[in-house]
Design a protein around this ligand. Structure first.
Ligand code: ADP
Ligand code: ZN
Length: 447
């Protein structure tokens, strides 16, 4: 079947690299099973921790006869990667490893991932397909402002862009003035960075009198590596006139390019011929059917350096039970709005920072810069949100300022069901980030 027949609903012609996105479902399942069987055998033979866990459960590689049998297998966790630091989970000899990456983990030892040449190609394939899904083509000029180095963002998108034939500008993160100058002078059409860094670029640009719509040739933003909301997407798109795309990934699975949203925005299609997704109940660890929310788990069907078997991501999502109108057969996950680790329990209520963001940004005058401060005063949890608002709204008129504050407070409370102290601040006063931004400060004593 010709590629264009699969892609009936897209206005851009399908890029040849996207062919596996449209593989007939039966063929895809057969391929996944074949790859899963090979992976389980490889891990069983080469990774002592997994072999031991499989033996404890009485499971052997030959017991994997259908895709459902994946539920017989043990999970892997970030703590396994820490405990087996640095090379305990490697399934290939060092001779075959060509590159390491480490997660940007904040405390303790990092986790180390080893990539074989094949792993690099698999990862590049994910990033090429992600970019192609965004509508990026070989004629594009792509600025990669994700950090290069141990962090996977920079090199991941770099290889993806080069693979598609784009002209790549490997500028990495930071040096915002230079980013803006080159973006303008070189007619950059695609920017890849964290959404929070792009907000910073817009902001610094504005200070210099740069209007993204007028002065830049930018068409696409490829944003990921941290949670962001539909409301944030709307703000970015209206400020700059670009299409803001959501790219997802994590170091343990490869880096960016595990999943990406298509033009229909019904979620992020997972490149599941390489990265097999499951959703499990985070408490009971039982697999959940498509459509149910839970913890996202991945198995790297084709990786050989540090393959992951049922890796628990801690990210909360659901696999869409509906086919996407774009015609892709690879399934989509709902955008990652939360990570179990980021959940705040405030006065007994579970609150995710992304819910607060959604509430804040639903108010017109609010700018996409905010911080969340949680504390305990007199035994009671307190929640304060400082948020920037447009200069025009910060008038001297106390009454209208108070009305705006109340509107913001109401918009947040409507979503999280608890009240917050809202402080409105001037534009450009809250911290900005060149990489992943930490917007939450929790000052409560950890007991
Ligand atoms: P670390 O875990 O140290 O932050 P990574 O760079 O591997 O290191 O981060 C991966 C995590 O980043 C994912 O598990 C997820 O929580 C988050 N993430 C990545 N892309 C997105 C995205 N598009 N939307 C929401 N969260 C994302
Ligand atoms: Zn789609």
């Amino acid at each position: 079947m010709a590629l264009t027949e699969y892609a009936h609903d897209l206005d851009t012609p399908v890029h040849p690299v996207s062919a596996p996105d449209y593989m007939p479902a039966e063929q895809l399942r057969a391929l996944q099973l074949h790859r899963l069987q090979g992976l389980v055998r490889r891990v069983y033979d080469h990774v002592p921790l997994t072999r031991r866990r499989m033996e404890e459960r009485g499971v052997r590689p030959e017991h994997i006869k259908t895709l459902k049998d994946i539920s017989l297998l043990p999970f892997m966790l970030k703590t396994d990667l820490r405990d087996e630091y640095p090379f305990g989970l490697f399934a290939s000899p060092m001779n075959d490893i060509v590159r390491f990456h480490c997660s940007s983990g904040t405390t303790g030892k990092p986790i180390v991932i080893g990539n074989t040449q094949n792993d690099i190609l698999v990862w590049q394939n994910g990033c090429m397909r992600a970019l192609a899904m965004c509508g990026v083509r070989s004629s594009d000029v792509m600025q990669v402002a994700y950090g290069y180095g141990l962090f996977t963002g920079g090199l991941g998108l770099h290889y993806g862009g080069e693979g598609l034939g784009c002209a790549v500008l490997p500028i990495s993160g930071g040096n915002t003035d230079r980013q803006l100058m080159l973006m303008k002078d070189m007619g950059v059409t695609v920017i890849a960075c964290t959404p929070s860094y792009f907000l910073h670029l817009i902001d610094e640009g504005m200070k210099k009198g740069i209007d993204f719509k007028r002065d830049m040739r930018l068409k696409h933003g490829v944003f990921g590596a941290e949670p962001w909301t539909e409301e944030m997407r709307a703000k970015i798109e209206s400020l700059t006139g670009i299409a803001a795309h959501d790219i997802y990934g994590l170091t343990e699975i490869c880096g960016p390019g595990v999943a990406n949203d298509c033009a229909h925005r019904h979620g992020l299609h997972v490149f599941e011929d390489h990265f097999y997704p499951e959703i499990v109940d985070p408490e009971t660890l039982e697999p959940l059917p498509d459509g149910e929310p839970g913890e996202l788990v991945f198995t790297t069907l084709t990786r050989t350096g540090t393959p992951m078997l049922r890796y628990r991501t801690r990210d909360i999502s659901r696999i869409s039970a509906e086919p996407c109108p774009c015609g892709r057969t690879i399934r989509a996950i709902e955008r990652i709005s939360a990570r179990t680790d980021d959940m705040l329990i405030i006065r007994g209520v579970n609150v995710f920072p992304s819910q607060i963001e959604a509430g804040l940004l639903s108010v017109e005058a609010v700018l996409p810069h905010y911080v969340i401060i949680v504390d305990k005063v007199g035994g009671l949890d307190t929640l304060e949100i400082k948020v920037e608002v447009t200069r025009e709204t910060l008038s001297d008129d106390i009454k209208s300022l108070e009305a705006l504050r109340a509107r913001v407070a109401h918009a947040v409370q409507r979503i999280i069901n608890i009240s917050a102290k809202i402080t409105l601040v001037e534009p450009h006063t809250l911290p900005r980030s060149e990489g992943k931004l930490r917007r939450v400060t929790d000052l409560r004593q950890k007991s």
